[in-house]
Design a protein around this ligand. Structure first.
Ligand SMILES: Nc1ncnc2c1ncn2[C@@H]1O[C@H](COP(=O)(O)OP(=O)(O)OP(=O)(O)O)[C@@H](O)[C@H]1O
Ligand SMILES: [Mg+2]
Length: 241
């Protein structure tokens, strides 16, 4: 579904992501793990067409994303929730959702998709008329996730969606992520907590210095010494648990 082949990218001529090949199948959650600065966010930005000069090949459902700007990538079926906040603070929750579906020309369909998103997050429904900038951090995160669903993407990339969320809200976001996969989407998830990531993912890839150094089923990685070391050694602190 989502396929990347020898993708390299970086900033100002400095290579950060170095020849990454990975794929995520429909219905699958793949966790992208790695220490701070490993290049996880850069990888997602590269896939989404945000980094000029990216080399290699990315496709969704057989459609090439090479050379497409972010809007084209979105329309081709790949959605992205960045690590940094991305709601429009001066627009209401509802207006933010409408922005997420801006490419839908069918107003009835847009209204239906917004209803579905609000069904998924009742907390957002209660706050539909509230300015997004006044939502709590966790509520803003939910809005970002909800907004990506309006174009009914085939594949979704989420960069630390649980960051700053209380455990109960994080659980809710993770349950939603599992639902996305259950609906047949491909999900690529960056998550700081290795434990949480392996609990929700089918497979995981570990990134170090811009390269994929380990790739296996979540179940095998949970039992893998090398992953256990990432938890318990000094490095584990950076990784979180
Ligand atoms: N906009 C930028 N301009 C220049 N260098 C950048 C930029 N963003 C990130 N970098 C550098 O690229 C490297 C990878 O950063 P990236 O944000 O992709 O890591 P990450 O794995 O997502 O880390 P974290 O877990 O802390 O979010 C780092 O050395 C970082 O300093
Ligand atoms: Mg990051």
């Amino acid at each position: 579904m989502l396929r990347a082949d020898t993708v390299s990218a970086g900033y100002g001529g400095r290579t950060i992501v170095d020849g990454v090949t990975l794929s995520v199948e429909a219905g699958e959650v793949v966790a992208l793990l790695g220490h701070n600065g490993a290049g996880k966010s850069t990888l997602l930005r590269a896939f989404f067409g945000l980094l000029p000069g990216r080399s290699g090949h990315v496709e969704v459902e057989g459609r090439s994303l090479d050379g497409l700007p972010p809007r084209g990538v979105l329309l081709a079926g790949l959605a992205y929730v960045p690590q940094e906040r991305s709601v429009f603070p001066r627009l209401t929750v509802l207006e933010n959702l409408r922005m997420g579906g801006y490419a839908l020309t069918d107003a009835g369909l847009l209204a239906q998709r917004i209803e579905q998103a609000l069904d998924l997050f009742p907390r957002l429904r209660e706050r539909a008329g509230q300015l997004a900038g006044t939502l709590s951090g966790g509520e803003q995160r939910m809005l970002e996730v909800a907004r990506t669903l309006l174009l009914d993407p085939r594949a979704v990339m989420l960069d630390e969606p649980s960051i700053g969320l209380a455990p109960r809200l994080a659980e809710q976001v993770f349950a939603t992520i599992r639902d996305l996969a259950a609906q047949g989407r491909a999900v690529l998830l960056v998550e700081q907590s290795v434990k949480r990531a392996l609990a929700i993912a089918d497979r995981a890839v570990v990134m170090e210095m811009g390269r994929i150094v380990l790739e296996d089923s979540a179940a095998s990685l949970m039992a893998d010494d090398r992953v256990a070391k990432l938890y318990m050694g000094a490095a584990g602190k950076a990784f979180g648990t």
